[in-house]
Design a protein around this ligand. Sequence first.
Ligand SMILES: *Cc1c(COP(=O)(O)O)cnc(C)c1O
Length: 391
Amino acid sequence: MMPFFREDFGNAASRTHAFGWRAEEAVENARRETAELIGASAREIVFTSGATESNNLAILGSVRRALAHAGSHSKHIHVITSSIEHHAVLDPFETLRKSGVEVTFLKPNATGRVEASQVHKALTDRTALVSIMAAHNEIGTIYPIAEIGALCHEKGVLFHTDAAQAVGKIPLDVRKSQIDLLSLSGHKIYGPKGVGALYVARRKPHIRLEPLVYGGGHERGLRSGTVNVPGVVGLGASCRIAAQEMEEESFRLLRLRDRLHEGITERLDGVHLNGDPDRRLPGNLNLSFENVPGESLLVSLKGLAVSSGSACTSQVPEASYVLRRIGVAERLAHSSLRFGLGRYTIGEDVDRAIGELVTTVKELRKLQKSSAISTSERPDLQDSQVYNRQK
Ligand SMILES: *Cc1c(COP(=O)(O)O)cnc(C)c1O
């Protein structure tokens, strides 16, 4: 990326001089590297600012185009997604729902899976788009996208998948899985932030998208605006490295993840796994701890960079909507932790994490017990007040 920050300032769209050519060559090289990771061809890659924008372009872009063509029948368009998608998918669908489009939010099972049979049942002859993620960001669950892709293909319905978590982590092939639209993100695969891509299948009949951003007609008119050359070069490089390392790396992560899981459950009772035990991203572990106040847990783990499943956007942390929607009890949803293992995680880190976590949970449980005794002595004090005091 560095030469394109410091020396090569060319605009990839400037075809009239050498500076532009060098930038264009670098961008087209990155386009090929990005395409190769998912089994696409370079012409099918549209660079964006990340998976959020890619999701918005795929969902709003395809449905708005369908709406424009349906004219007065616009109210009759139907789309399908699941209730635990990332907000970058849920919110565009919510916007469409408010404007009169019929949206089916499929309910996943207790491990967070959405089955192809559910999609099958929900399809109608008015369905224009199905969007199901390839792997889940909070609980790591992997979805049967090849089955869903085959189903959509058979019915002539567009299939979009948010693959921000799956790309570069598990094998993915847009042709084999019959995917029409796929979102990916640079910073989820060790690339730069603020850059990503949307794969748009070149097929007949053509997939038509209404752009979100109008202007100079860059990226086949789907995403106007000067391309972020250093960012795109970084995305391409991260795709190339991910393709080289994925197989070995996923095996290594799987072993580390199991070591972390076993290390915790061997030393602690009352630990629940959230998500699917088998069909799961190798670097993801999401656990709930009984009898531990969630907020205390997160703040006590000083040496660990973990998150609760939830997005703590406000001062009052809310339990993860994902865990609640797959039926995890409110209390357990509050005391959940999401561990992410990655390229720079080594066995030593895992052992240190186990040590700190086990000590912390045991201490918090001891505290919880002693405050429980004080409640039974003070029947006027409700459980929730004890909980608040501990916060
Ligand atoms: C991170 C993530 C996004 C958002 O990606 P950005 O590139 O940060 O916009 C969308 N979906 C999933 C599943 C993600 O994990």
